[in-house]
Design a protein around this ligand. Structure first.
Ligand SMILES: [Fe+2]
Length: 308
């Protein structure tokens, strides 16, 4: 933030990013209040966890995404920042009361079933907005920017976070569904793709954009870079499917048929084999990314001379 405020330009993008950072720090506090009662403790703990991932992080992500789209697509800042307002609005409207989806059946009032159900059903809208926003700006733009890897990661972030966080979150957020799926592999299915899209990919996007600028190395379309992108994304999609199939089977056997937890895990073992294969593919992709990061992470001699 000190760096942002040292700069001469105050933009909507930097304001949204700063807001996200301030709220992220402030929302750490409710988790530090001590309660002897488990329900009270859970009630306030979700102010931290939920409002972080489904509130302030969407601001941080929206801010970084807007920055990348301005730089990469060449579309006017004014146009992109108008979209950013819409996304911030949708995030607040749905995300704050959407906290209710963590209050199902934990000992708080029944009114949270209705509030949580309605507002979390609206939550995918913010992510849908982000995906449409990124694709629309790409189509509108001049497509002249040479950094193809940064473009892939940026558009990928918008699409994968919509599918993982938006759609798959919606898949088990209604109280009638969540009563059965809570704490099963269905949660893991949503969680893995959501975190990858909304947390992992946005970070790799900004690194892919800034690293060539900072080092003076034109890492725009390398083979290792392409492998990193495709292996990690195809790998995690496979993991999501494996988690999903295992999760649905688990819900049916454990919560409908009434089998024991351990017996069910044996029945769905085969899906974990698929999961490990896909996770290996994912990890290989990440190793490619780290390899390139370490290999080319230092500035070239010419780039160093320019800065001194
Ligand atoms: Fe949540």
């Amino acid at each position: 933030m000190a760096t942002l405020f040292k700069g001469k330009k105050r933009t909507t993008t930097s304001l949204v990013l700063s807001m996200g950072l301030v709220f992220a720090a402030l929302l750490y506090l409710p988790g530090m209040i001590w309660f002897d009662n488990q329900t009270m403790d859970s009630f306030f703990r979700w102010w931290v966890v939920h409002l972080w991932v489904e509130g302030v992080w969407e601001l941080i992500m929206g801010g970084i995404l807007a920055f990348l789209l301005i730089k990469i697509t060449g579309v006017d800042r004014e146009v992109i920042e108008k979209w950013l307002y819409v996304i911030v609005g949708l995030t607040f409207i749905s995300g704050i009361l959407g906290t209710g989806h963590h209050y199902y059946y934990i000992g708080v009032g029944k009114v949270w079933l209705i509030i949580g159900g309605i507002f979390s059903a609206l939550e995918p809208l913010a992510f849908l907005g982000m995906a449409l926003f990124a694709l629309a700006m790409y189509r509108k733009g001049e497509k002249k920017h040479p950094n193809k890897m940064a473009l892939n990661w940026t558009l990928g972030t918008a699409i994968v976070s919509f599918v993982g966080a938006g759609l798959l979150g919606m898949a088990h957020t209604l109280p009638q569904v969540n009563m059965y799926t809570h704490g099963t592999l269905v949660t893991a299915m949503h969680g893995h793709l959501a975190f990858w899209g909304a947390y992992g990919m946005i970070v790799l996007s900004i690194i892919s954009y800034t690293m060539p600028n900072m080092t003076g190395r034109k890492l725009y379309e390398t083979t290792t870079g392409a492998l990193a992108f495709w292996l990690s994304n195809i790998g995690i999609l496979g993991m999501t499917v494996a988690f999903g199939v295992a999760g649905v089977a688990q819900v049916y056997l454990e919560r409908k048929v009434g089998m024991d937890f351990g017996d069910v895990q044996k029945e769905i073992q085969v899906h974990f084999f698929v999961l490990i294969c896909c996770a290996t593919m994912f990890t290989t992709g990440i190793i490619c990314y780290i390899y390139e990061f370490i290999k080319y992470g230092r500035p070239t001699d010419e780039a160093l001379e320019l800065t001194t």
